[in-house]
Write a protein that binds this ligand. Structure first.
Ligand code: SUG
Length: 444
């Protein structure tokens, strides 16, 4: 049984903009109100997916969600036709229109927590779509995310879907960005690391998004063995410095954990627990000291928001954001990491600037799904990227995406029509059938 980690990247939506919406996310605040380029953003994301596919890695595509999200605006009291809803929101509450237009679903690392079948008691792959309850603009994603995942991973013989956890602070859940599977042998049971920012009832003075109770609930739902499950608390100083998700300060893959020395509370204890959870099997724990890269620089460059992947020739590649190359201290550190004992063999620089300006690096854009050959064969057939689909998606982006967008443009009623016709065509390109509310309503 051959198990491979399949990355599913979120395709950027047509309304990608800089709303300054995400509390605790430095890049989102710093770039609030800047003009965005949705076409470039979507292109960068697609080119990243294609670069990974060309390395011989299976690469999946997650479709974007409808935006502006008219049903949410209606729930908030804006009435009339869809166009009137948008016009009223633009006039009376432009911040709500921005939140309901956010393309934040592109950061698929927050879409769900996914457990490999080898780790789950019933031998199936388990999914829990994240409620993203901490930030209003992201909480809108959960229902559509759950539906998209159910459509792509539809076969109940292989896949189990759990409803998002109750959307309340006690169970605030940000998905795979705070969840890491380490598994020296991908097809044998691995260890699961859940990282949380706060306990359920706590209201710390820093913006901690993930609650421990949420992670514990997911571990129960997925049937994870408690002896192989570890809970680690984020270092409050890291959260304060802008580490709003654990994947901004640590990345784990296979038998490697790469993290900053100030990632966790009781870091040595976390390491020991993870090693114990893995049993005899070795774990390469690589720690970058603050003297080499301080927290602020790690957050600015997103050094740890890298994708660590195993190539078909078994070599390990670290895919880092372009911002790392521009910062000499970080680049030196990365050179040293890859010059060593062969744990990480090579580096690849990826340009996802449009996403980075909203605090989303290469690792934020992808959801990892470990799949056996049989599970992979059970996927919806049209979502894995090949050259034909890459070309089709590129042409689709060129046809439907604007090359500039400001907060002011969100009031444009044409944007909704553009989004719907783009998504309508996309569901055909990906062979997913009617998927979105606006399509299902039209079918009635
Ligand atoms: O939730 N940014 C996202 C970035 C998510 C990154 N994901 C991971 N680290 N896995 C967030 O903070 C900004 C949207 C805006 O301001 O327009 C935003 O939502």
């Amino acid at each position: 049984m051959n198990t491979v980690e399949v990355n599913f990247d979120g395709l950027v939506g047509t309304t990608h903009h800089y709303g300054g919406l995400a509390i605790g996310n430095r890049a989102s605040s710093a770039n609030a109100g800047q003009r965005s380029n949705p076409r470039q953003a979507a292109r960068e994301g697609l080119d990243k997916m294609w670069a990974m596919a060309q390395l011989g890695l299976p690469q999946g595509v997650l479709p974007p969600q409808p935006r502006p999200h008219v049903p949410t605006l209606r729930r908030l009291g804006f009435g009339g036709s869809d166009q009137e809803v948008i016009a009223r929101a633009a006039r009376d509450a432009p911040d709500l229109l921005s939140a309901c237009s956010s393309a934040a679903h592109m950061w698929a690392a927050n879409a769900a927590t996914v457990s490999a079948s080898a780790d789950c008691a019933d031998g199936r792959v388990h999914f829990t779509a994240a409620n993203l309850a901490t930030q209003f603009h992201r909480s809108i994603e959960a229902a559509a995310t759950a539906r998209i995942l159910q459509r792509i991973f539809a076969d109940p013989a292989h896949f189990v879907h759990h409803a998002p956890l109750p959307a309340t602070p006690a169970f605030a859940d940000e998905g795979a960005a705070n969840h890491t599977r380490v598994a020296p042998r991908a097809d044998a049971a691995g260890a699961t690391l859940f990282v949380y920012g706060r306990e359920a009832g706590e209201r710390p003075p820093y913006p901690a998004r993930q609650s421990r109770a949420a992670s514990e609930a997911i571990a129960r739902q997925h049937g994870l063995a408690s002896a192989r499950t570890v809970y680690a608390r984020q270092n409050p100083a890291a959260i304060q410095a802008g580490v709003f998700h654990n994947d901004v300060i640590a990345v784990g893959h296979a038998d490697v954990m790469l993290c900053h020395a100030q990632a966790f509370v009781d870091q040595a204890g976390v390491r020991a627990e993870l090693e114990r959870a893995l049993g005899e099997r070795p774990l390469h724990w690589i720690e970058v000291p603050a003297t080499a890269v301080d927290l602020a620089t790690a957050v600015r460059t997103y050094l740890f928001n890298s994708q660590l992947v195993t190539l078909p020739d078994r070599k390990r590649l670290l895919v880092v954001p372009a911002e790392c190359e521009a910062e000499p201290r970080v680049w030196t550190c990365l050179q040293a990491l890859t010059a060593g004992d062969g744990v990480i063999d090579a580096l690849r620089v990826m340009d996802v600037t449009q996403s980075m300006r909203n605090g989303g690096g290469p690792a934020c854009l992808r959801l990892r799904v470990p799949l056996t050959d049989a599970e992979r064969a059970a996927l919806a057939p049209g979502v894995l990227l090949d050259h034909t689909l890459y070309l089709k998606l590129g042409a689709w982006i060129d046809r439907h995406y604007r090359d500039r967008l400001t907060a002011h443009d969100l009031a444009d009623p044409l944007l909704l029509e553009e989004n719907r016709s783009a998504l309508d065509e996309l569901t055909q390109l990906l062979g997913l059938g009617a998927l979105y509310d606006f399509q299902l309503e039209n079918e009635k």
